[in-house]
Each structure stands twice: as structure tokens, then as C-alpha cells.
Design a protein around this ligand. Structure first.
Ligand SMILES: Cc1cc2nc3c(=O)[nH]c(=O)nc-3n(C[C@H](O)[C@H](O)[C@H](O)COP(=O)(O)OP(=O)(O)OC[C@H]3O[C@@H](n4cnc5c(N)ncnc54)[C@H](O)[C@@H]3O)c2cc1C
Length: 590
């Protein structure tokens, strides 16, 4: 069975040595009680639960999958019990509102915990990831009565949540959705329609489920301006089953322990959340939460795949080391770790995983500052950075996560392709993360068109200024400075090109989108790697330094800057080539 050890040491390094989480938490009233000891205890306990209760069910859950029987959905053996342990530990409410039973922990900490659960068992964790997002939506936009009714149950894990957007004819384009909501009495509505691909739409982990559903009121305007949001419980307060039921579950490439349901609403009773026709804006609260969360799925997958590839590379004996000093005496072969190409595979994964972990914590920190800081300017800037970087976190983490699982699979050769070692499951499970929650192409358009071209590059400038400030404040190791400066300039020029030419060329943003998102992610990782190297080098000067860990950091940062960051030049070149080469073919010429 594949192994997994929660990256406790690295999480502490990122949170406390690099991003100085304690200082930020002390500065904000809502997080003042949280300190390093508490945070490390939470990470440790979460890691232990992930390792001991989630991981052992990962492969068996994949093999068994979910079962559908006349509307009822059974999750794989052991899921219900593991979910109960998780719920009883209060993990669903870790970042929840304290006034309703949540624990109010900072987002910077909850992202660390999420990565571990996703790594150990994505399918099982998804039930909770959706629930936490549903709770956030209700706490942000629900009525007081709704909060009191639902939040304590969701935080306690006794009710789960879903996000019901997709319909057969409405995927990326939610303006096409057709589910109808007819007014009944007061704030009650009757919902009719079919949603597809609903994660956790039906299951046997809890008795109740709250569905957060997008639907149209009678006479609603066409398109996305006519969408309203409703809360539809599976079981009504009088104990009756509501008229919502699973019609089928999907048979799919991965995450087979996660029930992906067709949900039929046949006059189901629902309750309006927020204003009529303003539902999509409210739903974005949940969608943005889930986007970062799904990014963490990518990060977790990259980490577990790396750990297993590394363990294999240490044991597997094939070929001789190119350097005589690395060869074992009197042996026919050396382990895979001596081969430069295998090192390239492993270092690429390690550099992306650890860069991503730092980026996740940075985005988490911005979410905390935006929500809790009394400093208005700092809160506004943080909110802008969150808006800009959320699509990057979702898409860049999941693209790198998928790439990482494939690289890890490569380390095992043919043993990575067969089922026994678990690597092929990681590849299959993470693939969906590039697709759902808005495809990575849609994330790239959000970043490039909405958040950059139409914003005149203002938020992109804010991010670039953060990197420039780091370069100016003397903390960038000198040998890494030219590469980081080059990537920053490539980003600034690309931003200016997109802003300048988008109005005259309507196909430009879409043509540049994926490259621009990748450039943004690459710059963020390059910046954070330079920062981490600086901290690690300072740490090595201290008595009792954790030498292997810190030297490993420095060497991995050097690798990132030498081998991965230079891609920024190619990305700029692609972006500045504009839309011509992409739009030239007429439809019949494909
Ligand atoms: C396992 C699984 C779980 C899911 N869970 C949920 C869930 O819980 N709730 C929920 O509501 N949905 C869920 N989904 C649905 C998922 O979010 C959608 O599949 C996804 O958003 C894409 O929609 P689509 O499949 O209709 O693809 P389409 O929208 O048809 O897109 C097809 C391709 O065209 C591209 N494309 C489309 N429009 C544009 C455009 N304007 N510009 C550029 N490119 C474009 C897309 O990027 C994609 O590559 C789930 C799906 C799966 C498979």
C-alpha cells in the first residue's frame, strides 16, 4: 500500500519561519489566540488522522467505488466510520464561525490541514470540502435563522453540503441553466429541474444533506443575470424526505469513492438565499472557496505521489551511478536516486510541491488579512490579491499536481503504470481537479480577461510590486536575483501587452490565458523560493540547525531557479505572439 507522512516539518517552516504567521495572527483580534504551539498541535493531529484513518481507505475506496441502488448511494467500506472520526474531531468546522459552533481558525492554517486530508484520501475528503464551502456561503449570505439552523450541524459534520450548478446543457456557461423555482409562501420555493455531476449529492455518511442550488425564478432575465440561489435540504424540518433524489451516479476515471450524482428536483422545497436574481454573486463565495480547496487537492496529490516515488527510488537498484563516488562497492547496481534523470523527475516534483505549499499559505494569509485586519488599506490590497491569485492557485496547483503525479509514475517505470504501487490511482484521481470547479482554461480566462485586461492590470501590478519590494529589500539571495528579476519583467511586459491590445483584439485574452496564468504561477513560486532559500540559509547559521532539511531547501530552490523559472521567457514569447496563430484556421480547416 502506498505510504504518506504528513509534511509537518515543512508546514512549520512555511508558516512560521517564512511567512511569520504568529506575527500576523497577533496583529488581528479574531486570530490573536492562535499561536505556534496551537497551530502545530492542530497540524499534527490532522496529519495523524489523515495518515491513520484516511490513507488506509484510499486504495480500497478506489477499488470498491460507490454503489447506487434505487436512489440510495453507498460509499466504500470504512468511509462512514472514518468520516465519523473526522466529524467528531470537529474538523469540518475548523475554519467556521465561532458564534455557530465553528472553531474560527485562520485560513492560513486550514489550508495546511486541507492539503493533508486531500493527499491521504481525496474521495473521502471531498465530502467535507464541499460542506465547509457550503457553510461559508450560508454564513456569508444566509439569514440569521438559516445560520442558526444549519451551521452548527454542518460544523459538527452531521450534515454535509453540496454545490448544485451544472446541468446537462449548462457547464462552464451557467447562464444557460434551466432549473426553475416557483414561489410558495414566505421565503419558500418549489424547485424543479435536473443537476448533473453533483459531488456528494447523495451518500450514506450523514442523515441529511443541504444542497445549494442555482435556479431561475419565473420571469427572471435571460442569462447569468437571472439566476437565484436556494438552500434545499434533503430532509425537511418535519422529518419528511424532500422531493430531491439521486437518479444515478457517474462511473468515472478517478475519485471513485466520491459519489458524483445526477440530482432530480421534483418540486423540492427550497429557501431563497440573498436577493432574487443575484444568486450567482452569492454562489461565488462558495466557488472561490472550492477553487482554492481544489487547488489543494492538486498539491496534496503531488505530495503523496512524490513521497512514494522517492521511497521507490531509494530501494530500486538499476544501473550504475555516473559518478564513481556514488557507486556502491561490490554491487551490481545502484539505486535510482543516483541517476540525474531520476533526480530531475523527483526535484521537479519537490520544487513544485514545496513552492505550492508556500503559495497556498500566502493566499490563505491574504484571505485572513482581507477578512480580519483593521487596517483598511491592507485588507483591500489583500482582497485584491485573493481575487487575482485564486484562479492561479486553482489551476497552477492542479496542473503541477497532475504533472507531479505523472513524473512520480515515471520514476517507477512500468511499476508506476500497474495498480500495485498506487501511482496510477494518484494520476487518475488528480486529473479531475484540472476540470471541475471551473476548468483550468476558465480559470485562466478569469485571471487574464476579467482580473487583468478589464482591470487595466491594476491587481497584477499589486502582485508584481510585492515581488519588486522583496527584490528591493535585500532579502533575495544574489545568485537568484537575475532570474527573479527577469521573470518579474516578463510578467510586467506580458501584463502590459494584454492590457494594451485586448480592446482591439477580442481573441487576445483567450489566446494568452493559459500561458499568462502559468507565468503568474511561475513568478509566484520563483519569488517564494528565493524567500525560502534566504530563510534556510540564515537558519543554517544557527546552532543546532536542521542541516539536511535546510540544505535540501536551498538546493531545491536553486534547482527551481536554474531549471524551471527560465520557462518564464518562453511564456512571455508565446503571449506576445498574440492571437494570430491560434485564430488563423477556419473551422473547416481543422
Ligand atoms: C467528477 C465531477 C465532479 C463534479 N462536481 C460538481 C459539483 O459538485 N457541482 C457542480 O455544479 N458541478 C460539478 N461538476 C461539473 C464541472 O464543474 C464541470 O464539468 C466543469 O465546470 C466543465 O463544464 P462542462 O463539463 O459542461 O464542460 P464545457 O463547459 O462544455 O467545456 C468544455 C471545454 O470547453 C472549454 N470552454 C467552455 N467555455 C469556454 C469559454 N467561454 N472560453 C474558453 N474555453 C471554454 C472548457 O474549458 C472545456 O475545456 C463535476 C464534474 C465532474 C466530472
Amino acid at each position: 500500500m502506498p505510504g504518506y507522512t504528513a509534511p509537518r516539518r515543512d508546514l512549520s517552516f512555511v508558516l512560521f519561519d517564512v511567512l511569520d504567521a504568529e506575527a500576523h495572527w497577533r496583529a488581528m483580534a479574531a486570530t490573536r489566540e492562535v499561536d505556534r504551539a496551537l497551530a502545530e498541535a492542530i497540524v499534527d493531529a490532522g496529519g495523524t488522522l489523515a495518515e491513520s484513518a484516511f490513507l488506509p481507505l484510499n486504495a480500497s475506496g478506489d477499488a470498491e467505488g460507490c454503489r447506487f441502488d434505487d436512489g440510495a448511494v453507498s460509499t466504500p467500506r470504512g468511509f462512514a466510520q472514518a468520516y465519523r472520526s473526522y466529524a467528531e474531531g470537529g474538523w469540518t468546522g475548523l475554519g467556521g464561525e465561532p458564534a455557530y459552533g465553528g472553531q474560527g481558525m485562520p485560513k492560513m492554517l486550514t489550508v495546511a490541514v486541507e492539503e493533508m486530508f486531500f493527499a491521504a484520501n481525496t474521495s473521502l475528503y471531498l465530502y467535507s470540502a464541499l460542506s465547509a464551502g457550503a457553510a461559508l456561503l450560508i454564513s456569508s449570505h444566509g439569514s440569521e435563522a438559516m445560520k442558526q439552523r444549519w451551521l452548527p450541524e454542518i460544523y459538527a459534520g452531521s450534515t454535509t453540503g453540496t454545490m448544485c450548478l451544472t446541468e446537462p446543457q449548462a457547464g462552464s456557461d451557467l447562464g444557460l441553466l434551466r432549473t426553475r423555482a416557483e414561489p410558495l409562501e414566505g421565503d419558500e420555493y418549489s424547485l424543479t429541474g435536473t443537476k448533473i455531476f453533483i459531488t456528494g449529492g447523495e451518500h450514506d455518511l450523514t442523515d441529511n444533506i443541504v444542497h445549494l442550488v442555482l435556479a431561475r425564478l419565473p420571469d427572471a432575465p435571460e442569462g447569468s443575470r437571472g439566476i437565484s440561489l436556494f438552500l434545499v435540504p434533503k430532509v425537511l424540518d418535519d422529518g419528511q424526505r424532500n422531493a430531491v433524489a439521486a437518479g444515478a451516479i457517474e462511473h468515472k476515471m478517478g475519485i471513485r469513492g466520491s459519489a458524483t450524482c445526477v440530482l432530480n428536483f421534483d418540486g423540492a422545497r427550497g429557501y431563497l438565499i440573498g436577493e432574487p436574481n443575484r444568486g450567482l454573486a452569492c454562489m461565488f463565495t462558495m466557488m472561490n472557496y472550492e477553487r482554492l480547496s481544489i487547488g489543494l487537492q492538486g498539491l496534496g496529490a503531488g505530495e503523496i505521489a512524490y513521497q512514494n516515488a522517492l521511497a521507490y527510488a531509494r530501494d530500486r537498484l538499476q544501473g550504475r551511478a555516473p559518478r564513481a563516488e556514488d557507486r556502491r562497492e561490490n554491487a551490481a547496481a545502484d539505486n535510482l536516486l543516483v541517476h540525474p534523470d531520476v533526480r530531475r523527475l523527483l526535484l521537479t516534483q519537490k520544487a513544485y510541491n514545496e513552492g505550492g505549499r508556500a503559495f497556498a499559505a500566502f493566499v490563505g494569509l491574504q484571505l485572513d488579512i482581507a477578512k480580519f485586519s483593521d487596517d483598511e488599506v491592507a485588507a483591500r490590497d489583500a482582497a485584491d490579491l485573493v481575487a487575482l491569485l485564486t484562479p492561479v492557485a486553482k489551476a497552477y496547483f492542479t496542473d503541477r499536481g497532475f504533472e507531479g503525479t505523472v513524473l512520480a509514475q515515471q520514476v517507477l517505470g512500468g511499476h508506476g503504470y500497474v495498480g500495485e504501487w498506487g501511482l496510477e490511482q494518484f494520476v487518475r484521481d488528480v486529473r479531475i481537479a484540472q476540470i471541475y470547479e471551473g476548468t483550468n482554461g476558465i480559470q485562466a480566462m478569469d485571471l487574464t480577461d476579467r482580473k487583468t485586461a478589464r482591470d487595466g492590470g491594476r491587481m497584477a501590478g499589486l502582485f508584481a510590486d510585492r515581488v519588486a519590494a522583496f527584490l528591493a529589500d535585500g532579502h533575495c539571495p544574489e545568485r537568484l536575483r537575475p532570474g527573479l528579476e527577469a521573470a518579474l519583467e516578463a510578467f510586467r511586459r506580458s501584463t502590459a501587452f494584454i492590457v494594451e491590445h485586448s480592446a482591439e483584439d477580442p481573441a487576445l485574452a483567450g489566446s494568452a490565458a493559459c500561458d499568462y496564468l502559468e507565468l503568474t504561477g511561475l513568478l509566484a513560486y520563483g519569488w517564494l523560493w528565493a524567500w525560502m532559500v534566504n530563510v534556510a540559509e540564515a537558519g543554517l547559521e544557527e546552532d543546532g540547525a536542521d542541516v539536511d532539511f535546510l540544505q535540501g531547501k536551498v538546493a531545491t530552490g536553486n534547482f527551481f531557479h536554474a531549471r524551471l523559472l527560465p520557462l518564464s521567457a518562453t511564456l512571455e514569447q508565446r503571449i506576445s505572439s498574440g492571437s494570430a496563430s491560434i485564430m488563423a484556421l477556419a473551422a473547416q480547416q481543422f
